[in-house]
Design a protein around this ligand. Structure first.
Ligand code: MG
Length: 294
């Protein structure tokens, strides 16, 4: 993989959302003009041996490298920030056990595809370290890290829901070498949880992969900000890339555009072209500078 290679986040199911077979999904991503990406696993996706073979063939045929597999879970809702707090990730107690099992299933699926990183939104981590949910989730993340370690994988936390300092302290408390971050600058804005470049500085040593996504700040506290095409939001993607270079990150630049339909592909194509331009302006990476674990 090239330093700062541009990739795309896509999902099982294709059209980045409807029911399309893996070969068509991967071909569509390849036709956007990238040869690496991150694969999100829909909660209902069957991950049996047959599917492993189908996905392997689809990826090999297009020469597509998957750098991260993302797990997601039945019952999650991103309808509002409060539904995210109640339903997403490892936080809701009632679904914790089944989601832990599903996480292991995704780790094994990723391992079969030769993917060395598993990531997910674990949900809103409470700041209070004595909170029973905090303790239970910390223990669960430790177990997930240990499981991923057996598969020679990193486990990465998607950023955004909590301020960077809370995340950094949580990572220190979990205390596992293979725990990292998939840094999403737009999520910091969407959730109103902190200025993205300052956040990146705080968690810099933990960044394994990044999402290139853009967004406008919320206008009302507790409400979502608005996701935008790359370059149209408040992230300052050019400064984001400069900052990534400064912290010695040379892993992939994975475009995430969380809309569906034709506009998603239009925006991703424009994003790829723009990131390639910005990349060309950065000094050539030296392999010795690489600190990405990928
Ligand atoms: Mg993201």
């Amino acid at each position: 993989m090239e330093p700062l290679q541009v990739g795309v986040m896509f999902w099982t199911g294709g059209d980045l959302a409807t029911q399309v077979p893996p070969d068509q999904t991967v071909r569509m991503v390849s036709q956007l003009g990238v040869s690496c990406g991150q694969l999100g696993i829909h909660p209902g996706a069957i991950l049996n041996n047959e599917q492993i073979t189908v996905w392997k063939t689809a990826l090999d045929t297009e020469g597509m490298e998957i750098v991260t597999v993302f797990s997601s879970y039945l019952g999650e809702s991103y309808a509002s920030i409060s539904t995210v707090q109640k339903t997403v990730g490892f936080i809701p107690p009632l679904t914790r056990e089944e989601r832990e099992a599903r996480t292991y299933e995704c780790s094994d699926f990723a391992s079969e595809l030769g993917v060395s990183s598993l990531a997910t939104h674990i949900g809103f981590v409470p700041e209070d370290r004595t909170n029973p949910d905090y303790i239970a989730v910390r223990e669960m993340v430790r177990r997930v890290c240990d499981y991923c370690a057996q598969n020679d994988q990193i486990f990465a936390l998607e950023t955004g829901q909590e301020p960077a300092r809370t995340l950094r302290d949580f990572i220190a408390d979990v205390d596992r070498e293979n725990l990292g971050i998939n840094f999403d600058p737009a999520n910091m804005i969407l959730y109103g949880s902190g200025e993205p470049l300052e956040a990146l500085e705080i968690v810099r040593e933990h960044v394994v992969t990044v999402h290139c996504k853009d967004a406008k700040w919320p206008t009302e506290r507790g409400q979502w900000g608005t996701e935008t095409p790359l370059g149209k939001g408040d992230v300052s993607i050019d400064k984001f890339l400069t900052k990534l270079k400064e912290i010695g990150y040379w892993g992939p630049l994975v475009i995430e555009r969380e809309i569906t339909g034709e506009k998603q592909q239009v925006d991703i194509r424009a994003g790829i072209a723009w990131l390639e331009e910005l990349r060309a302006l950065l000094p050539t990476a030296k392999k010795s500078d690489t600190r990405s674990n990928l």
